[in-house]
Design a protein. Structure first.
Length: 387
């Protein structure tokens, strides 16, 4: 009886192996598309649908989805001349899988790839260090990227569709600037250094550009600004814990306000030394919370719309409180808003990093914080009752 059982097990096992061997799984290799990236030039991958997932094989490249363009991935080398090959895998909303093999090239040919479509060679524009180059787009610019810190880019104040580009110094490397405008159209241009550019203004898509300048609708009139100033002056500074100190000078963010599409930061500089503090400049930009060594830092400038009581100097043992207004924005994950204040002919500089959660707790200009919280709680109760 025992021998019969063993025989059945043997026969069943042999039959199973026979059947499996007849239906072996078929594995097809998905070829990886080769890509070249550089350190001074950004590469954008534009997919037909939204990117739902992506994975990068190594730390030698930086990659991220463009915040307001979910179908675009931005790629750049994190270090110059990285050896070998790394990978990028992407899954899009239409369930397609893409695989890429990435290598380093100091002068990569392409600056963008339109997946499944044509990618004409972009134009190259001149930039100089003593003269700004203006790019006039057919619609408001919602995203801008520049490949190298050899150039600086900013939006023209109060105008949504004009970018001002300038070299920080002479350079020979290939670099580029890319932008997305309202409606989702993508533009990219090569940039090369020219000591004295002959032309300094370029109209992009001239046929589609109905108006040369598109004024920022968020711009406030003088009367509106005065009402905002008066409302803010009546508010008590809060202890938000957003402060820093450098060589006897203290910096603090006392209030964060919101008024429609405008964000306002009320800040204080306190000079506890015998030497006056003269400000050279102040700027705001978004960048990665952690910066890798040997990485070209990508900074997204946040333009100042207007200020109240901005101090050119803080005398010894005195304080100055001032307010800065910008277009409303939020800070993406793993990034920070950097508030940079430089002292003129001195070393008491500030690079203060602000988290997104601080902005999300902003007070309304024309509604007190207590009133705001009470009304918000009432709204939550009404929503629960109406369910």
């Amino acid at each position: 009886m025992k021998d019969m059982r063993l025989s059945r097990i043997y026969i069943t096992g042999s039959l199973l192996l026979f059947l499996l061997s007849g239906k072996a799984q078929k594995i097809d290799e998905l070829p990886a598309v080769p890509l070249e990236i550089g350190y001074e030039k950004t590469l954008h991958l534009i997919f037909p649908t939204e990117v739902r997932y992506y994975s990068i094989g190594g730390d030698c490249i930086i990659g991220e989805k463009v915040a307001n363009c979910p179908e675009i991935i931005r790629l750049k080398a994190a270090e110059e001349g990285f050896p070998g090959e790394t990978s990028l895998s992407v899954v899009t909303a239409d369930t397609k899988f893409y695989s890429y093999a990435i290598t380093y090239n100091a002068r990569p040919k392409g600056s963008y790839v339109r997946v499944g479509g044509q990618a004409p060679e972009p134009h190259t524009l001149p930039v100089g260090k003593d003269k700004q180059t203006f790019l006039i787009f057919p619609a408001g610019v919602t995203y801008v990227d520049y490949g190298s810190t050899n150039v600086e880019v900013e939006k023209a104040e109060g105008v949504d569709n004009i970018l001002a580009v300038k070299a920080t110094g002479a350079f020979t490397e290939d670099t580029n600037i890319s932008a997305v405008v309202e409606g989702g159209k993508f533009y990219t241009f090569g940039l090369h250094y020219v000591p004295v550019p002959e032309r300094s203004s370029f109209v992009i898509d001239k046929e589609a550009t109905q108006k040369v300048a598109i004024l920022d609708e968020k711009e406030r009139s003088s009367g509106q600004k005065e009402r905002i100033r008066e409302a803010i002056a009546k508010r008590t500074p809060l202890d938000l814990g957003l402060k820093d100190r450098n060589a006897g000078v203290e910096f603090e963010v006392g209030n964060i306000f919101i008024d429609g599409d405008i964000l306002l930061l009320r800040m204080t500089l306190t000079n506890r030394t015998q030497i006056g503090y003269t400000t050279d400049f102040m700027r705001f930009y978004i960048q990665d919370a952690k910066i890798r060594k040997k990485t070209a830092v990508q900074q997204v400038e946040q333009n100042i719309l207007f200020t109240f009581d901005y101090p050119e100097e803080v005398p010894a043992h005195e304080s100055r409180t001032f307010t800065v207004a910008m277009n409303k924005f939020t800070i993406p994950d793993k990034k920070r808003l950097v508030i940079e204040i430089q002292e003129k002919n001195g070393g008491r500089h500030f690079l203060y990093k602000l988290r997104n959660k601080s902005l999300l707790a902003a007070e309304e200009v024309f509604r007190g914080l207590k009133e705001q919280r009470t009304e918000d709680e009432a709204d939550r109760i009404l929503r629960r009752i109406s369910r």
